[in-house]
Write a protein that binds this ligand. Sequence first.
Ligand code: PLP
Length: 407
Amino acid sequence: MAQINDNFIKIPATYLFSEIAKRVAQHKEANPDAPIIRMGIGDVSLPLPDASVDAMIKAAEEQRHAETFRGYGPEQGYAFLRDAIVANDFAAKGLDIEADEIFVSDGAKSDTGNIGDIFSVNNRVAITDPSYPVYVDTNAMGGRAGEPNEQNVWSNLVYLPCNVANNFVPQLPTEKVDLIYLCYPNNPTGTTLTHEQLKVWVDYAKANNAIILFDAAYEAFITEENVPHSIYEIEGAKEVALEFRSFSKTAGFTGTRCGYTVVPKAVMAFSENGEKVALNKLWNRRHCTKFNGTSYVVQRAAEATYSPEGKKQVKALIDFYTENARIIREGLEKAGYTIYGGKNAPYVWAKAPEGMGSWEYFDYLLKEKNIVTTPGAGFGLSGEGFVRFSAFGSREATIEAMKRLEK
Ligand SMILES: *Cc1c(COP(=O)(O)O)cnc(C)c1O
């Protein structure tokens, strides 16, 4: 008798985006001419940088000829890309990361989701609340989350609330944890941690033999000083932290697919019999066993984002979304809303008016203003009472949405 992994049936259906789609469809049916503006999306809208497209065309042409054709490449990524990553994302910023500590992949969702493969089911896992749903759901699949209650709160996860009271800075847990997921700049709140605030977590990890899983997918959106671009800017992090990066939000690769994970050789965890084991070795084993490498063509596209032209074009993309975020922040403030984030991230976290829940506020914005947002409650209990505005839309739509809110 074939048996399933029962953890999968414990996970509630992710009804967030289907529920949003349902409510938008109902509103459209009742108001066929409603000029709906979508500010709920977590996908980019601008096309790829020319440098990346040109690199892909060139690479595709190479694949046409026997002399330049490439079959399987190194599972960890081609040296041309790993070296470019090391040089530009780390060495240029004074960070000492080596090429064999970089694992190129098809994106940060896969990596943040798959990393659990190398960790015991017995680890106590801490997750900021609200959070990117992948962390919670993949720990549930791996059997580390326990049981969900009717509010989708899992019995074995340690939630780190990020709210107005703590200014969206997660506080150290009162019970000992082993794995800690941190995402900064944060999705969904758009908030950040300073060097000092992140150091608290690195120090905790060192003192407690814990590992930090640091998701830096929005690193490129940082505009302010004293916001770390990489956790390796924090002293000691190279012994306790893995970092996930993605070309998706940075360079428009959401459909092209490329990201990477940094696993420093000094990061150790313990085997059942107390032996220290390097995570770099384990992740290398896992990666090479279950993954045959990111497409050559796509790795060339990613490499091209580091060329002088590519860098300029990527900066133009980021600047465009950053300006949208500014328009949203200022528009919402002018309209009298209380907001957070949006300065170093493409998301603005808006507090629902007093007494209104996430979904009520969502419905109000949809029905009265024809604006689609994402209800914060969909990202965890602490997201209740908020909605997320995304800066990934067009300039016209962003400006028009803010005009509607001012009225
Ligand atoms: C978008 C996003 C990613 C990137 O995912 P890809 O698989 O690289 O497209 C990772 N983490 C967070 C928090 C995100 O919002």
